[in-house]
Design a protein around this ligand. Structure first.
Ligand code: URP
Ligand code: ZN
Ligand code: ZN
Ligand code: ZN
Length: 472
């Protein structure tokens, strides 16, 4: 057993001095002041640190095959980097090749993830439509603990689905009680603009943001919101990066639609000036979709988080090293899209969110952990510090600082998007399943100790509410 003593427990609701007792079966068994220590119990004296639910990153791509490459970070190294930054659960994506079985792909990803050091779960992407997809969605929700399906409106001729597939898949998910995730960018518009830019001789990474302007995201967000609205289905829009998409989500919510929005830590603090880097690799390392945006979009994203119109933060952690980015040296459309970030998400949000007064510590917990657990139906098992919850915790030092660098990070990638940034607020200890896995800069992980987290479909209450709303 493990007794965490002398900390301040901060949850999405409250902050109070309390000890936390974890048993050997990965659970929290007591929370309260001055807990007795059972005999033989390990004691961790926190010296006044904040004790918060471990971070949940709802959007990662470990060892993802993408754009002719495979992301360099695997489930072992990626979850190590996660716990070093205070993240104890990831929700990664199973991406079946178009035409292939969802269920077989889910089995592949289950075996890839067996080496994870902390807990993980999966969204499953729908990349085409046929009867088998309809059937596999049923099997995945009923038997495999999957309650969310992902759709790419971009990446034409690869992962993109059209409105017909969106309608069928969102409707099927609704029938099953699952939530659809959407990458909202108009893939036809992106393909058109890419071809046009290349024709005009613009082959460098500077052209990447020009091929995906804010309106490309705004249009797709509005369209999928309208489609979900027709069906009465809730949806979750991933990596919202623009004022336009934020406004579309806020307007839908004001109309009473259940639309959730996720923000990446990267988009909150890095702007589109990175594409002006005269060093090709420096700019290519920032090629991700949606791209980095002019600064005023960051203001809208922060306001969206602070007001509750946007609910979660993620990283879309998708790592490609220099040699992989090189693939697009003569054609920016061939640069594998993606940036790293899992290790630094929590510190970035504390430093730029809490220390600037944009967020309270409780709001920080909500957007780094609790809201995700609620939306994806694993609360209060995850995202809370309560009796019966999983003993996944971060012991947070709100005052200590560190300077981010690829030389010292744990991510398996040769650059860090926040290189040189000094951040205040860091994970001093991380507890996963009741075990200390990160202690003062020391990783104490066990390969394979992470467990697969099954996520049940919407609760009967949520199902009934959705049904009443669509029939009244
Ligand atoms: O550029 C990105 N975001 N790469 C990962 C795939 C995706 O779109 O999420
Ligand atoms: Zn059906
Ligand atoms: Zn995406
Ligand atoms: Zn992604």
């Amino acid at each position: 057993m493990l007794l965490i003593r002398g900390g301040t427990v901060v949850t999405a609701e409250t902050s109070q001095r309390a000890d936390v007792l974890c048993d050997d079966a990965r659970r929290i068994v007591a929370v309260g002041p001055d807990l007795e220590s059972p005999s033989g119990c390990d004691i961790l004296d926190t010296g006044g640190l904040l004790v918060m639910p471990g971070g949940i990153d709802p959007h990662t791509h470990m060892e993802m095959p993408f754009m002719g490459s495979v992301a360099s970070e695997d489930f072992y190294t990626g979850t190590c980097a996660g716990v070093a930054g205070g993240t104890t659960t990831i929700i990664d994506f199973v991406i079946p090749e178009p035409g292939h079985s969802l269920l077989d792909a889910w089995k592949d990803w289950r075996s890839k993830a067996e080496k994870a050091v902390s807990d993980y779960s999966f969204h499953v992407a729908v990349t085409h439509w046929d009867e088998k997809v309809h059937e596999d969605m049923g099997t995945l929700t009923r038997e495999c603990g999957v309650n969310s399906f992902k759709h790419f409106m971009a990446y034409k001729n690869a992962l993109m689905v059209d409105d017909d597939v969106l309608l069928r898949s969102i409707s099927r998910a609704l029938e099953l009680g699952a939530l659809c995730n959407i990458h909202a960018e108009n893939g036809d518009a992106v393909a058109y603009l890419q071809a046009d830019l290349l024709k005009r001789g613009m082959t460098g990474p500077q052209a990447h943001p020009l091929s995906r302007p804010p309106s490309v995201e705004g249009e797709a967000a509005q369209r999928v919101i309208a489609i979900a609205g027709l069906l009465g289905a809730p949806i979750y829009i991933v990596h919202v990066s623009t004022e336009e998409a934020t406004a579309a989500i806020a307007a839908a919510r004001a109309r009473g639609q259940r639309v959730y929005g996720e923000v990446l830590a990267q988009h909150l603090v890095i702007d589109d000036s990175v594409y002006a880097d005269p060093d090709w690799l420096g700019a290519a390392q920032h090629v991700m979709s949606p791209p980095f945006r002019p600064k005023h979009h960051q203001k809208a994203l922060w306001a969206g988080l602070a007001s509750g119109q946007l609910q979660t933060t993620a990283t879309d952690h998708c790592c490609f090293c220099a040699g992989q980015k090189e693939q697009g040296r003569n054609d920016f459309t061939k640069i594998p899209n993606g940036t790293p970030g899992i290790e630094d998400r929590m510190s970035v949000l504390w430093h730029h969110g809490v220390l600037t007064g944009k967020l309270t510590p409780q709001e920080f917990v909500a957007i780094t952990s609790t809201n995700t657990a609620k939306i994806f139906n694993i609360h209060p098992r995850k995202g809370s510090v309560s009796v019966g919850a999983d003993a996944d915790l971060v012991l947070w030092d709100p005052q200590a600082s560190r300077t981010v660098s690829a030389k010292t990070h744990h991510q398996n990638v040769d650059y860090n998007i926040y290189e040189g940034m000094t951040l205040t607020g860091l994970a001093r200890y991380t507890i996963s399943g009741g075990k200390v896995v990160w202690a003062d800069n020391d990783l104490r992980v066990t390969r394979g100790a992470g467990q697969y987290v099954e996520r049940p479909c919407f609760s009967p209450d949520m199902q009934a509410a959705i049904h009443r709303k669509t029939t009244s």
